[in-house]
Structure formats: C-alpha cells, structure tokens
Write a protein that binds this ligand. Structure first.
Ligand SMILES: C[S@@+](CC[C@H](N)C(=O)[O-])C[C@H]1O[C@@H](n2cnc3c(N)ncnc32)[C@H](O)[C@@H]1O
Length: 265
C-alpha cells in the first residue's frame, strides 16, 4: 500500500539523533527530508507569490505530507497554515517536525479527508502539491477544495502530468504499483480544476525548471544528511524512476494558479 509507512516520526527521530549537527529549527535545514515532491523548497518558493497573501490570511495545504511546504509558507509570510492529509502517520510526523521547528503557533495539521472537513471561516488561499495523482475523480476533489475557500481565494498547484498514455516504471513516489495512480494530461487536469469552480490565472509547464533543479541538486551526488527517500518504503527506487520518467518526457510537472469563482458556494 502506498503511504503505508507507519513509523515515520520514529524514523525522523532516529535520523535527527544520527545527525546532531542539524538544527531542525533552522530555515532550510530539513529541505531534503520534508518536501515530498520534485523541486523541493524551490518549488514552494515559486508558489508562494502566486497566493497573493495578505496579513491575517489563512492557507490550506491539501495533502500536506510531512509538512515541509506548510512550514515554509508560514516562515516566509507569517501567515497561518493548516495542512490536511489522509495518512495519520504522516500527520504525526508533520506535527513533530513543526514542534521541532518552533512553528506550532502558525502551522497545524489534521488527519482526514477534505470531503469531511468543515472549516469555519473558509480559507483565504490553498495549495496542493503532488496529491491529485492519487485521486480518480478530480473534479469532485477540487470542488471539495473550492467549498473550503472564500470567493476569490487563490489556489496554487504543483502537479505531475502525463502527456501521452504510456507504461510508467513502478514504483513511483505516489504509487508503489500503479493501482492507485490516476495521472492525466495537463489539459485534462486543467479541465477538472475549471469544472470544479476555479478560474485560471496561470498554467505553466515547469518541466525544464525541474530538470535544472535536479541537475543542480544532484550535481555532487546525493545531498548529505537525512533525505526524503529514507522515510519511504523503496524510497530511492521511487525517486529514481520518477526522475527517469521526467528526463525522457513520459511525465511533466505543471504549476498552476487559480482563483475560486465568485459564484461558487
Ligand atoms: C507525494 S505526497 C505530497 C506531500 C506534500 N504535498 C508535499 O509536497 O510535501 C502525497 C500526499 O498526499 C496524501 N494524499 C493522497 N491522497 C489524498 C487525499 N485524497 N486527500 C488528502 N491527502 C491525500 C498522501 O497521504 C501524501 O501525504
């Protein structure tokens, strides 16, 4: 089962004990560990300005994983961020890392499905990074996100798309065997987001940026210290397969910015 790692917090604890030189509270110290998408912290930096946040805005992170993006947004902007994720052990790790970072006042996480989440008041902005590939009915899922946002709120996406139908090498970061993978083309994904009640501000193929990021990040081999694959079952194979599919064009990475339509409830 993908996302079946049950002892993530314990693994984080062991990795940090093995690397006592690392200050988990320092900005960027855990970027190699807690950003569960291609492009790392740099990808989050691309999304932050598109959210057009103002003081007091509260941001929703859907499928928040280990919480790296949520903490980064809070650090950069001072805004409150709420992450929601369906994997309880990931939420447990995200809370632990947030406490270690001293960001507990700004960043909270909850375990569950966006469909059953009833925030009051609605959020002022949202992000979701590398999650919709696990969702079969994307329009309904994005509609659930829209329902949790204020009219005019921004939604920023960082997404994997598949330009042509082709067999992918499994396992991938979001699926161990392909049975829970629902990757679609950029056009199809864009249609689902719009059908859910969002208006496009920007929809950009960032695959070239991603290739540059991979080259820069791994130019001298694997980064030293705790790294994301150490938290995942078959982690290194998943990351290598993903990088290979991006390099040969089987997969692309798209960045989106949308606003929730004013007439959406
Ligand atoms: C590849 S990780 C990305 C995590 C995070 N967004 C990041 O970029 O660091 C995908 C995450 O989506 C979560 N997920 C998968 N399907 C979901 C759903 N329907 N609702 C909420 N979270 C989901 C998984 O538990 C996992 O934490």
């Amino acid at each position: 089962m993908t996302y079946g790692e049950t002892a993530v917090r314990q693994t984080v604890d062991r990795l940090l004990r093995d690397h006592r030189d690392l200050d988990a509270a320092a900005d960027g110290a855990l970027d190699s560990l807690d950003q569960f998408h291609i492009g790392g912290a740099g990808a989050v930096e691309l999304l932050i300005p598109t959210l057009a946040l103002t003081p007091g805005d509260v941001v929703l992170d859907v499928g928040s994983g280990f919480g790296g993006p949520a903490r980064q947004i809070a650090r950069r902007t001072g805004n409150h961020v709420v992450g929601i994720d369906i994997t309880p052990s990931y939420v447990d790790a995200a809370r632990d890392l947030t406490a270690r970072a001293g960001l507990g006042d700004l960043v909270q996480f909850r375990a569950g499905d966006i469909a059953g989440f009833q925030p009051d008041p609605p959020f002022d902005a949202a992000i979701t990074m590398h999650v919709q590939m696990n969702v079969r009915d994307k329009t309904t899922w994005f509609r659930h996100i829209a329902e949790r946002l204020a009219p005019g709120a921004r939604l920023a996406l960082w997404e994997v798309c598949q330009p042509h139908q082709a067999d992918l090498p499994w396992p991938m970061p979001w699926s161990l065997d392909g049975t829970d993978s629902f990757v679609v083309s950029a056009d199809t994904l864009l249609g689902s987001v719009k059908d859910a009640g969002f208006t496009e501000v920007e929809w950009t193929n960032e695959s070239t940026w991603v290739q540059g990021w991979i080259t820069r990040t791994f130019a001298d081999g694997l980064p030293a210290g705790p790294a994301l694959p150490m938290l995942l079952d078959d982690g290194y194979t998943r990351v290598i397969n993903y990088a290979t599919a991006l390099a040969d064009g089987s997969l692309e990475v798209w960045r989106g910015c949308f606003t929730k339509d004013a007439d959406q409830a």
